[in-house]
Design a protein around this ligand. Structure first.
Ligand SMILES: Cc1cc2nc3c(=O)[nH]c(=O)nc-3n(C[C@H](O)[C@H](O)[C@H](O)COP(=O)(O)O)c2cc1C
Length: 298
């Protein structure tokens, strides 16, 4: 019997749809149904500075927005596996993705089903995945696999290129000298290999042993530096989000301050932290290897 696969995704630039297409390429023998998450009120693309930072408090606090209904033929389908594609906004699942995971319809689609999460982010996805894990658990889903695709350029370079991409809406080599932004074409094409591995385990009924094989094939790379920035960033973002939400009258001003803070944190603080991180790495290498093993699992 043909297996039924539901592919859920949200994407502004089309990157996550390209990743989804690559992964389902080898699943030709299955019935594949796509569901694109649609907002009642769309987020802009390209972004402006104001709209970008205005999405921070709701992204980080995981406040859902209203979604367009899921078409009934998708809602009523019977699926053997859900491939759940998402992106990260401000170290958290994006607002459309959080909204889906918290919605009755989203939970109905996920409940009792095996799910593979697939993220396409700049590079900071680890703690967002923990938040997605929690929401999947609340929805009654069974997380069996995780693929995390990132921009492999250096941390500061990828900030420059992604800002150009998100604020122009055009995927290009910034100033003709920077690399292309986002997940590389090669990694998007290469994601087909993860599709083959998923199909093998789906057909064999061994989805419970899927993740070790995905991880062994490079589906999840964990960097000690990015993990530590993600952990510290989450603690600091939490404070900012609370301060901004508590003072609605000063929201605009506080978001401007937050904007300045983010730029300083990225370009002034993070290079210093990076050097400190490299120098002290031998002292906590062991604990990182344990953490790495944990974050490579589901
Ligand atoms: C508002 C906003 C915040 C973002 N924050 C992060 C982040 O914290 N970490 C990260 O790795 N990528 C971040 N990104 C990049 C996205 O995860 C994603 O890679 C990019 O927006 C392309 O996704 P798309 O498929 O929707 O076009 C952010 C993007 C946006 C628009």
């Amino acid at each position: 019997m043909k297996k039924n696969i539901l592919v859920v995704y949200y994407t502004q630039s089309g990157q996550l749809k390209a990743i989804a297409d690559s992964i389902v390429g080898p699943l030709a023998g299955c019935n594949v149904v796509f569901h694109e998450i649609k907002m009642e009120e769309e987020f802009p693309f390209p972004w402006t500075g104001d709209s970008f930072f205005d999405s921070f408090p709701d992204s980080f606090q995981q406040r859902p927005h209203r979604l367009k209904p899921v078409p009934p033929e998708i809602l009523e389908g019977d699926y053997d596996l859900v491939l759940f594609h998402y992106q990260v906004w401000f170290l958290s699942p994006s607002i459309p993705v959080t909204s889906f995971l918290k919605s009755d319809e989203g939970r109905k689609l996920l409940s009792g089903r095996p799910v593979v999460t697939v993220s396409g982010t700049r590079n900071m996805w680890i703690l967002a995945q923990e938040k997605v894990k929690k929401l999947l658990k609340e929805a009654g889903a069974d997380l069996v696999g995780n693929v995390a695709l990132v921009d492999r350029a250096g941390n500061l370079v990828s900030v420059v290129t992604i800002v150009d991409w998100l604020f122009s809406g055009i995927k290009r080599k910034y100033l003709g000298i920077f690399p292309m932004p986002g997940v590389s074409e090669e990694d998007i094409r290469g994601a087909a290999e993860f599709g083959r591995i998923i199909q093998k385990h789906l057909e064999a009924g061994t989805l419970n042993s899927l993740q070790p094989e995905l991880a062994a094939n490079g589906a999840v790379r964990v960097s000690s530096f990015l993990l530590s920035v993600d952990q510290k960033g989450n603690a600091i973002f939490k404070k900012w989000a609370q301060i901004i939400e508590k003072r609605p009258a000063q929201r605009k001003f506080l978001l401007k301050l937050f904007n300045i803070y983010v730029i300083l944190a990225l370009y002034v603080v993070s290079p210093v932290v990076f050097v400190f991180h490299i120098l002290t790495y031998p002292f906590w290498r062991r604990s990182f290897l344990k953490e790495k093993e944990y974050f490579q699992r589901v």
